[in-house]
Design a protein around this ligand. Structure first.
Ligand SMILES: CC(C)(COP(=O)(O)OP(=O)(O)OC[C@H]1O[C@@H](n2cnc3c(N)ncnc32)[C@H](O)[C@@H]1OP(=O)(O)O)[C@@H](O)C(=O)NCCC(=O)NCCS
Length: 211
């Protein structure tokens, strides 16, 4: 995913490019869209917005981020996880700048345990978010299509994502795009403060003859 992975028009009045993140864009703008979409989940783990943004800013692997861009403005983002590298990698030293060593230790391990291992043949969409004012216009669909295309072109066997039980609209979108529920994972009360109690692991299998 070194260069542009997709560029196309959605319709006459909307000209969306799907590209890999590059230095021409502000990390803070990517993080604004990410934070607004996942605020409840993030707040359950890092209470202060400023701290959260600052920690994520130091922890982004930008080679794992694709953007939807309209007139140089970011309208959506997808953070990918493949080949043992996720789009965010919050390490102990970063946490220690903000928290005590003990708290940092528990946060670091909590995060590690919550991040699933990704198999070699899999591209995992860790996070996908479209700017609030731009939702429902096909941008999320285009981002996911671009990820599927990236996986296909690079001979991965599947694209995987998780969707929480309290986000049925997103689940319908993924089903419409050909993702199938592989497993339901129950967290019961453990994730209540993050706004959900279970998640579906969904997979899009890439047909062997299309790679
Ligand atoms: C889910 C999300 C990425 C979809 O992006 P999008 O650009 O709105 O999606 P599209 O326009 O391609 O598709 C729209 C479909 O997405 C679904 N959808 C899910 N959440 C939606 C939302 N908040 N607003 C509008 N559509 C939403 C709808 O079912 C809609 O289907 P419809 O066209 O039949 O009504 C985006 O809505 C978003 O950022 N939501 C908040 C963060 C989130 O939930 N991320 C997914 C975590 S698994």
């Amino acid at each position: 995913m070194e260069t542009l992975i997709k560029e196309e028009s959605l319709n006459n009045d909307l000209n969306i490019k799907i590209i890999q993140y590059n230095e021409g864009f502000q990390k803070s703008e990517v993080l604004r869209i990410f934070y607004e979409a996942f605020e409840q989940k993030i707040t359950a783990f890092i209470k202060s917005k400023e701290k959260a943004i600052s920690i994520y800013e130091k922890s982004l692997n930008t080679d794992r981020i694709i953007l939807a861009v309209e007139d140089k403005k970011i309208t959506g983002m997808a953070g990918l996880h493949y080949d043992d590298k996720n789009f965010t990698d919050i390490n102990y030293d970063t946490l220690k700048r903000y928290y005590s060593p003990l708290k940092s230790f528990f946060m670091y391990w909590g995060l590690r345990l919550m991040t699933p291992k990704v198999q070699k043949e899999t591209v995992r969409i860790d996070s996908i978010a479209v700017d609030k004012s731009c939702r429902g216009r096909g941008i999320g669909t285009k981002l996911i299509e671009a990820v599927i295309e990236f996986a296909r072109q690079n001979s991965y066997g599947q694209v995987l994502l998780e969707v929480v039980d309290t986000n049925p609209k997103a689940k319908v979108l993924y089903e419409r795009m050909g993702f199938k529920v592989k497993k339901k994972v129950n967290f019961y009360f453990l994730t209540r403060s993050a706004g959900f109690s279970s998640e579906y692991i969904m997979v899009y299998d890439i047909p062997v003859n299309s790679k």
